[in-house]
Write a protein that binds this ligand. Structure first.
Ligand code: CP
Length: 311
């Protein structure tokens, strides 16, 4: 099975069958990780470029490892040390990479829609590695896979997303994917960090985390974007910690087998306590490992320069 797609711009446009194809494709790539030679020749002769306009540890590194494990040639562009600082436009940067025969361009950008702009302008296969407040599709897929690996099915599974839903591209990708797969998705956080009318996406809203956590099978804690606190979206970090930090005390009210997830980077002591982050229920490090296998699957499943134009 392969996705009849050239781009991965978001999970909003993927249907349940396509999401299942991704889930079913991950395990063979993950099984490579325990072999002495962790490589497959799948992308031999292909060039993968990572183009990150925002900082990243997990996403950029795991795309690089994933592409190298598939035998691709990998080039990482550090935007701060590129001609972008001389004023080169996004499209001109993309066309320059295309002129060097990039087969895949993996882009992170602070502007929602930047990957879409590249996809409309270039022949290369474009993968969104996080754009503004819009989507972070490979994070959504690795979260989906981690839940699937542990819980085996999404039917009647209660997944709770906690924190800054408003600014979180991870939350958006999780909501699109999980609701399509049949999970029951809830969000919890301060009213100012919950997007208006989010219920129309099939999501239940809670403002009381102690209430919300009682029925959760999975809790995915989102990073509080401290850089946005100057917008005064909640009264103080201290109050946020009191009401919304995931702690061992709160987990005592949850199901014994609840999965604790966090996309990273974590603000320990703010949205999550260390004893919760490091507890036996935490799969935060497994999310990172799965991120490599999921990104290998995505690179394998997309059809550079050949898929239907799905824009
Ligand atoms: N989860 C995530 O996107 O992490 P990075 O910012 O480190 O890539």
């Amino acid at each position: 099975m392969i996705l009849n797609r050239k781009y991965l711009l978001g999970l909003q446009n993927l249907d349940k069958k396509e999401l299942q194809i991704v889930l079913d494709s991950v395990r063979p790539f993950k099984s490579l990780f325990t072999r002495s030679v962790k490589k497959a020749p799948t992308l031999l002769g292909k060039t993968v470029v990572t183009l990150f306009y925002e900082p990243s540890t997990r996403t950029r590194t795991s795309f690089e490892i994933a592409a190298k494990r598939l035998s691709a040639d990998v080039v990482n562009i550090t935007v701060a040390a590129s001609s972008v600082v001389k004023g080169e436009s996004l499209i001109d940067t993309g066309k320059t990479l295309q002129a060097m025969n990039a087969d895949y361009i993996i882009i992170r950008h602070s502007l929602s829609g930047a990957p879409d702009i590249l996809a409309r302008s270039l022949d290369a296969s474009i993968i969104n590695a996080g754009d503004g407040f819009h989507e972070h599709p490979t994070q959504g897929l690795l979260d989906l896979y981690t839940i699937y690996e542990k819980k085996k099915s999404f039917e009647n599974l209660n997944v709770l997303l906690v924190g800054d839903i408003l600014h979180s591209r991870v939350a958006k990708s999780n909501i699109w994917a999980l609701t399509k797969m049949g999970a029951k998705v809830s969000v919890a956080g301060p009213p100012t960090l919950i997007p208006p009318k989010i219920e129309t996406l099939g999501v239940e809203v809670y403002y009381d985390l102690d209430e919300a956590i009682k029925k959760a099978d999975v809790v995915n804690i989102l990073r509080i974007q401290l850089e946005r606190q100057k917008e005064n979206l909640f009264p103080s970090v201290h109050e946020y910690v009191e009401l919304y930090q995931l702690t061992k005390a709160r987990l005592a009210k949850a199901k014994k087998d609840i999965l604790i997830m966090h996309p990273g980077p974590m603000n320990r002591g703010i949205e999550i306590s260390s004893d919760a982050a490091d507890s036996v229920n935490s799969v935060i490090n497994e999310q990172v490992t799965n991120g490599i296998a999921v990104r290998m699957a995505v690179l394998f499943l997309l059809k550079p320069k050949a898929g239907k134009n799905e824009l």
